[in-house]
Ligand binder design. Structure first.
Ligand code: PLP
Ligand code: COI
Length: 342
């Protein structure tokens, strides 16, 4: 990708080739030290567990540039720990936190010209992933693993940016089973979401919000982000469930809402019939940042929130501004959430 041709303000959320990525191998019980490589293709045994049995996990993170030119990561150790939890659930070799951090920092530093400058609303998306490798046929954990990190400069995940999106409340399909791998960041959860997403888009929605896989009554999350709702009494609520991803942005949002904005926050089961009590809604995650949800489609009816679903509500708006400012270091990082890549 030619740096001179990048229009930082026009970036979307797509893969763009940059020169370096990081690879580390696990075999016979230990990791090698890993190294930067330039080739973006991987040779995989045809019987590898990642290809047949979905032994595959990933993470999503962002590096952003501060006004004074520092490259900042947001809570990267939390991603490292979640990556280990995902590995435990899929019985994969865990990547030690130091190796995870080395992989991401070396990849960012090697590609540092591709970190979008401050002020364009763009970032360097970081995609660490772990796959089961080696010769294999039966259903069992892989004999070898490959840990990779690649990066790509990106803009907003939803092309609308900070404009309200519409979500279809999915009453038929589930993204995961009740005690399956929904809490792990595993590829299988995303392949399961492709067909419901296609149908939702055909019906004019931007994405799907799933309901719990047992009763189909309680909100879970969307395909790529957690969700939150602001009720008419200004209480902010976000779904609690064992089958959703434990979003790092959601946890931060909850803390900011309570500590910096004095809002009442509830992490609880949220019944779908509570829609009529909601004043605002949003999706939150690394890629989605905070994306306002203007409307929900449920059982053939459209429920519109603030400004008839055309604008972000005031609470969503101030949380978005505050968290975005925190990410780029515009607000003092009193909680030690930011880590500079030097
Ligand atoms: N839920 C799903 C299914 C996701 O893919 C993501 C993205 O990472 C999230 C939630 C948000 O998690 P985080 O805030 O840690 O990025
Ligand atoms: C992220 O927010 O980083 C994600 O992983 C979502 C993604 C599937 C695009």
């Amino acid at each position: 990708m030619d740096l001179k041709n990048i229009e930082w303000d026009k970036l979307d959320f797509s893969y763009r080739y940059v020169p370096y990525r990081f690879h580390a191998h696990w075999k016979d019980g230990s990791w090698d030290e890993g190294k930067l490589v330039t080739e973006n293709k991987i040779a995989i045994d045809e019987g590898a567990t990642t290809l047949h049995y979905g032994q595959q996990i990933f993470e999503g993170m962002k590096a952003q540039m501060s006004k004074d030119g520092r490259i900042l990561l947001f809570k990267p150790h939390e991603n490292a720990r979640r990556f280990q939890k995902s590995a435990q659930r899929l019985l994969m070799a865990e990547v030690p936190e130091e190796l995870f951090m080395k992989g991401i920092t070396e990849t960012i530093k090697a590609n540092k010209e591709y970190v979008p400058p401050y002020g364009y609303g763009a970032s360097l998306y970081i995609r660490p992933f772990l796959i089961g490798m080696g010769e294999n046929l039966g259903v069992r954990p892989a004999p070898e693993y490959l840990f990779c990190v690649f990066v790509s400069p990106v803009g907003p995940y939803f092309k609308e940016g900070f404009k309200p999106i519409s979500l279809k409340v999915e009453t038929f399909f589930d993204r995961c089973a009740a005690h399956g791998i929904g809490a792990a960041k595993a590829g299988g959860n995303y392949s399961a979401s492709l067909l419901p997403l296609k149908y939702a888009r055909e019906e004019g929605f931007n994405d799907v919000v799933y309901l719990d896989p047992i009763e189909h009554k309680y909100f879970e999350e969307s395909g790529v982000a957690n969700v939150f709702f602001v009720f008419k009494d200004s209480t902010l609520a976000t779904p609690k469930s064992v089958s959703i991803l434990d979003s790092i942005i959601r946890r931060s949002l909850v803390q900011v809402a309570q500590e910096d904005f004095d809002l009442t926050v509830e992490e609880r089961r949220i019944h779908v019939d509570e829609i009529s009590e909601m004043a605002e809604a949003g999706a939150c995650g690394t890629a989605a940042v905070i994306t306002p949800v203007g409307s929900l489609g449920y059982n053939g009816k459209i429920y519109r929130f603030y400004a008839d679903g055309k604008e972000a509500g005031p609470i969503t708006n101030k949380l978005y501004k505050h968290l975005s400012a925190l990410h780029v270091g515009d607000i003092e990082d009193t909680r030690g959430w930011l880590e500079e890549v030097k």
